[in-house]
Design a protein around this ligand. Structure first.
Ligand code: DP6
Length: 320
C-alpha cells in the first residue's frame, strides 16, 4: 500500500482559464502546454489502516494548507472508504507562486495513489483523474508538447510532439517567491462571473489552439510565439477586467516583459508567457538561451532565474 511517483510541472502556451463544470472540474476551453524537465514534485504515499487522519509533509515540514485538496484527490482515486495516508512531498521550486506546483503535485499523487492500491490505470484514465483535482495536472501525465481537448463528458490529452524533436528551452524569471494572493480556482470563477471579456475568450480559444497546433507541427517558432503571447495577454486582460480585478503581475513582471520585447527586437527567438503568478517564463530557441538568461537575470526585480528544457511524462518510481 505504498508508492512514489514523480511529475514535472507544465506551462500552458494556450491557457486553460474557466470551468464549464465545477463539480467535475471540467475546463471551459482546451489548452496546449509544454512539460518541463528540471523542475519536479515527488510524492511518497503510504496508506495505513492504523492511521486516524491523512498527513502531509512538504520538503520535510508539516503542511496543512494543501492537505484537504490532496485528501480529496485520494478519495477520487481510491474511494472515500480508503485507509488514511501519510504523504511526503518533495519539490525543487517555489510552491503556489504561479509555477504550476499544483499540476505536478496532483499528477504525482494520482499516479502514486493508483499504484499503491494496485490499480494499473492507463495514462488517459490517470490524466482524467488528475484533472478532476487540478485541470492543468492532466497535462503533466504527458511529456513534450501536450494538448488537452475538451470532450462531451471528459477531457482527452495527447502528446503533440516529443521533447527531443523540438528542444526549446525555458528561462523562468522569479520575481517573487511568496504564495499568490488568490488561487486560480477562485480567480477563474470571478472571471467567468464578472469579466466582460469571458465569453469572447471561450469563443476564440479554438482559433488559438489551431494556430498553436499547426506551429508545433511545423516547428514554426515565430507563429507559436505570436499566438502564445496573444493568448497569455488575453487571459490576463480578462482577469484585470473582472470585479474584483485579479492582478497577478508586479512591477518586475512588466520589466521582464520589456526585456523580452527588447530581445525580440534584436532578433532573438524568444517569447514570454505568464500564469497565475508574477513569474515570467521565457520560451526560447536553444541557441539563444544564454542571452535570454543573462538579460532576465539583469532585469530589475528578478530574484532568481531557473533554466529548464522540455521534459518527459510523469511516472511511478516504485510501488509495493
Ligand atoms: C493560468 O489547473 O491550477 O496556469 O483546475 O482550478 O486547479 P484548477 O486550476 P489550475 O489552473 C491553471 C491556470 C493557468 C493556465 C494553465 O495552466 O493552463
Amino acid at each position: 500500500m505504498r508508492a512514489s511517483a514523480i511529475a514535472q510541472p507544465n506551462i500552458a502556451l494556450i491557457k486553460y482559464w474557466g470551468k464549464r463544470d465545477i463539480e467535475r472540474n471540467l475546463p471551459a476551453v482546451g489548452s496546449i502546454s509544454i512539460t518541463l524537465k528540471d523542475l519536479f514534485t515527488e510524492m511518497q504515499l503510504e496508506f495505513d489502516t492504523s492511521l486516524d487522519a491523512d498527513s502531509l509533509t512538504v520538503n520535510g515540514a508539516r503542511d496543512e494548507a494543501m492537505l484537504p485538496r490532496l485528501s480529496t484527490c485520494l478519495d477520487l482515486v481510491v474511494g472515500e472508504d480508503r485507509p488514511r495516508a501519510s504523504i511526503a512531498s518533495r519539490c525543487n521550486f517555489p510552491i503556489a507562486a504561479g509555477l504550476a506546483s499544483s499540476a505536478s503535485a496532483f499528477a504525482a499523487i494520482t499516479i502514486a495513489a493508483a499504484e499503491a492500491t494496485g490499480q494499473h490505470l492507463d495514462t488517459a484514465a490517470l490524466a482524467n483523474l488528475a484533472g478532476r483535482s487540478s485541470g492543468s495536472a492532466a497535462r503533466s501525465l504527458y511529456g513534450g508538447f501536450v494538448e488537452l481537448e475538451n470532450r462531451e463528458q471528459d477531457v482527452a490529452v495527447r502528446e503533440l510532439r516529443d521533447a527531443a524533436s523540438w528542444p526549446l528551452q525555458v528561462v523562468v524569471a522569479i520575481t517573487e517567491t511568496g504564495p499568490k494572493p488568490i488561487g486560480s480556482t477562485e480567480a477563474m470563477e470571478i472571471s467567468r462571473k464578472t469579466s466582460p471579456f469571458y465569453s469572447n475568450w471561450v469563443e476564440k480559444q479554438n482559433e488559438d489552439l489551431a494556430l498553436a497546433r499547426d506551429a508545433i507541427a511545423t516547428k514554426d517558432f515565430p507563429k507559436l510565439a505570436a499566438v502564445a503571447e496573444h493568448n497569455c495577454l488575453k487571459m490576463h486582460s480578462m482577469m484585470w477586467a473582472s470585479r474584483p480585478p485579479t492582478v497577478y503581475w508586479n512591477s518586475a513582471t512588466m520589466h521582464c516583459l520589456q526585456t523580452v520585447r527588447k530581445l525580440q527586437r534584436s532578433g532573438l527567438g524568444v517569447f514570454f508567457t505568464i500564469d497565475a503568478g508574477p513569474q515570467i517564463k521565457a520560451v526560447c530557441l536553444p541557441e539563444h538561451t544564454q542571452e535570454v538568461r543573462s538579460a532576465l537575470t539583469a532585469t530589475a526585480g528578478v530574484v532568481d532565474v531557473m533554466l529548464t528544457g522540455i521534459g518527459e511524462a510523469a511516472h511511478c518510481l516504485d510501488a509495493t
